[in-house]
Write a protein that binds this ligand. Structure first.
Ligand SMILES: C[S@@+](CC[C@H](N)C(=O)[O-])C[C@H]1O[C@@H](n2cnc3c(N)ncnc32)[C@H](O)[C@@H]1O
Length: 474
């Protein structure tokens, strides 16, 4: 039975958590219904937004009877801002769903024999755990349905906002006044920027017309107390820029590096732009275990430094190094995992596509007095050829930490050819990890699984899998 588009369905009891932040219920006709922003035990009214033969997707329009699992969200921006969407669940419950999701995805998609999934390692900090945040200036403030309804027929004039992009809307921004994801001076900086922009009549970027001066602000705060700020503007105006940057330094204590970037492009990405240093040494340092890391403004670094150490400890243990191994660190970023595991390795070879990150990786190795680590810039699937392995040595251990899309199939085929005795697969997406494990099952058994929670109050999961070469594999 097909319903009319957008027709509501009433009093739907949510049965279970599904994946990717969605929960699942069953409609009267037996169809499976996926909904966001609902938790098992809730009774909700839902508007159907997509409908197929056996399943449908819906949006909650009313929470009729809240689940006993629910707790009161701590953030005033909850429900509007796209971050921290799981605040309505107590942290132990979030962890239980993440644990279950790793097992479900690996079984359903991977179809390979699996060991028991070890209990997920929760984050010691549920708030203030991110070392990097990016905020956006937009001259179109996001308005909630309540605000729109309350305004009736009145026409809104666009208002500027500094905060996070509203979910699914490229041009609208939810103004953020207090964010619990990062320690101070984040909220202070937002306040200082907002007040200064208002007093100087500085314009916020318009994503539709591509006009407006202020675009983004990126903050990185390390556990060592260093603070890096990058202010992104649409075009150069030296006088205005210098005054803004001086104002920030005078009113936000603790900044150790202040950058600015001129971005005249349509999109917000900074990878192809020059990040210029206005004040300080131009990067921040982070410390994980006994290792120090330099992080440049364009380099990837794990965003939860506290849990990065936990993640790397698991990786190191799974790698089982004895001092004689040639270790490949694929998708190595700033070389952080390879360096963390370097003590037990004969040599470490890292591969990463971002050139600045590779430069950082070399500096990181030098900073830590390591002479047996080498790093190469380029696409990992293109670099990992027979010739490359012949030149640098057959891998004893491969550590791979790809982005959400997982590994390129060409790389998986190459790993199958190389037959490293151990592969440690660090993943931020169990669905693509499951797909890759299935491909690797031709030669590998999955022997250990350890989820680590890097992102409390979100549905994102990190999972580490140990793959060991099958004894009959040649
Ligand atoms: C999840 S991060 C892991 C980084 C690092 N292992 C760490 O723990 O910080 C994935 C990294 O893969 C890099 N990357 C993405 N696609 C790549 C590719 N095709 N070849 C090489 N590196 C790639 C990204 O720039 C990023 O640094």
């Amino acid at each position: 039975m097909s319903r009319k588009k957008k027709q509501p369905v009433y009093n739907i009891k949510i049965d279970a958590y599904a994946a990717e932040g969605k929960s699942v219920a069953h409609l009267e006709d037996g169809k499976v219904l996926f909904v966001e922003n609902a938790v098992p035990g809730d009774v909700v009214n839902v508007r159907i937004v997509k409908e197929k033969k056996s399943w449908a997707e819906g949006k909650v329009i009313e929470l009729v009877d809240p689940s006993p699992l629910r707790v009161t969200p701590f953030c005033r921006h909850f429900g509007i801002c796209g971050g921290c969407k799981w605040q309505m669940l107590p942290y132990p419950q979030q962890l239980a769903y993440k644990q279950q999701q790793v097992a479900d995805q690996l079984q359903r998609i991977g179809h390979v024999p699996l060991p028991e999934v070890q209990p997920i390692l929760g984050s010691p900090y549920e708030k203030y755990y991110r070392n990097k945040l990016e905020f956006t200036f937009s001259n179109h403030k996001y308005r909630t349905q309540e605000e729109i309804q309350a305004a009736g027929d009145a026409v809104f004039t666009p208002e500027p906002a500094l905060g996070f992009h509203a979910p699914g809307l490229f041009d609208k921004v939810v103004p953020i006044h207090t964010c619990y994801l990062q320690t101070e001076p984040t909220n202070l900086l937002l306040k200082v920027l907002r007040e200064y922009a208002e007093s100087r009549k500085l314009t916020y970027y318009d994503y539709r017309t591509q006009e407006g001066w202020l675009r983004n602000v990126v903050l990185r705060i390390s556990t060592t107390g260093e603070i890096l700020v990058n202010i992104v503007i649409q075009k150069e105006n030296e006088k205005e820029r210098t005054e803004l940057l001086d104002h920030i330094l005078a009113h936000v204590p603790g900044i150790t590096t202040l950058h600015y970037t001129i971005n005249p492009k349509v999109n917000d990405s900074l990878h192809d732009l020059e990040v210029r240093c206005y004040y300080g040494k131009g990067y921040i340092e982070e410390k994980l275990g006994k290792y120090r890391y330099k992080i440049s403004p364009k380099s990837f670094f794990q965003t939860n430094s506290y849990q990065a150490e936990t993640l790397y400890n698991v990786t190191k243990e799974f790698a089982g190094l004895t001092g004689n191994e040639t270790v490949y660190d694929l998708y190595c970023g700033t070389g952080s995992i390879g360096i963390y595991c370097s003590e037990g390795a004969k040599k470490v070879i890292g591969i990463e596509v971002v050139e600045d990150a590779v430069k950082d990786a070399y500096e990181n190795a030098a900073m830590n007095g390591l002479e047996h680590c080498r790093f190469y810039a380029g696409d990992v699937a293109a670099i990992c050829t027979d010739e490359f392995f012949a030149e640098h040595g057959r891998p004893d251990v491969v550590i791979t930490d790809p982005p959400r899309a997982g590994m390129h199939e060409k790389l998986v085929q190459q790993l199958l050819k190389m037959r490293a005795p151990r592969v440690v697969y660090v993943s931020c997406n169990p669905a693509t990890q499951a797909r890759d494990l299935q491909l690797l099952a031709e030669a590998y058994s999955v022997t250990r699984l350890q989820p680590v929670d890097m992102f409390p109050h979100t549905h994102h999961i990190e999972n580490v899998a140990l793959l060991e070469l099958k004894t009959n594999s040649n």
